[in-house]
Design a protein around this ligand. Sequence first.
Ligand SMILES: Nc1nc2c(ncn2[C@@H]2O[C@H](COP(=O)(O)OP(=O)(O)O)[C@@H](O)[C@H]2O)c(=O)[nH]1
Ligand SMILES: [Mg+2]
Length: 194
Amino acid sequence: MTTRNSNRRKHGGTAVKIVVTGPFSAGKTTLIRTISEITVLSTEKDISDHTKSRKAETTVAMDFGRITIDRDLVLYLFGTPGQDRFDFMWEILGEGMLGYILLIDSSREDSLEEAVGILAAFRKMARVPFVVALNHSAGIEPSDEDKVRSVLELGDDVPVVPCDATDRESVKSVLLALLYSVVDQIDAPAGAGV
Ligand SMILES: Nc1nc2c(ncn2[C@@H]2O[C@H](COP(=O)(O)OP(=O)(O)O)[C@@H](O)[C@H]2O)c(=O)[nH]1
Ligand SMILES: [Mg+2]
């Protein structure tokens, strides 16, 4: 049986699509590379504009990775490009997603500001569960989470979780938080994740 957000695969397992979005340089490509069991297909290109001082390459179209939870469930991870001029890709990548991770670099104020517009676009695009992951979270305090919640206008049902995109266990816990949100929404569909 095929549902809107999942596909039965030939050997019987379900494949679901999860999108990793967030501002430029939040750590999306890193997160997918950390967790993927296949070599991540990234479309990185040298940066030629003013953002070059922050990093040398940027994701142009998407990152693509995969993680097998068990023989019944495989997650396909799609990372969005971070710069505005590629935001036409968001809708393409968002099609049929089970949920998404909004990744923010919590060490930089402008990352949260940039996240506001991205989240608005995603909320408009799909009413699916999402989690907010705070990358570079060393030294963050409870008040930082409150600030993120208030700036992004998050409901109590949206998890805000610390993240180290370079650490496999940390990335796993972010994915689990998202999967639990998905399960919660199945239990209580009205209004969850929005
Ligand atoms: N120390 C540290 N550096 C990170 C982490 N995540 C990303 N980075 C670095 O931050 C920069 C931007 O990461 P990248 O994954 O390209 O961001 P993207 O634009 O969101 O895909 C890169 O130089 C990464 O090596 C993290 O969790 N810890
Ligand atoms: Mg990237």
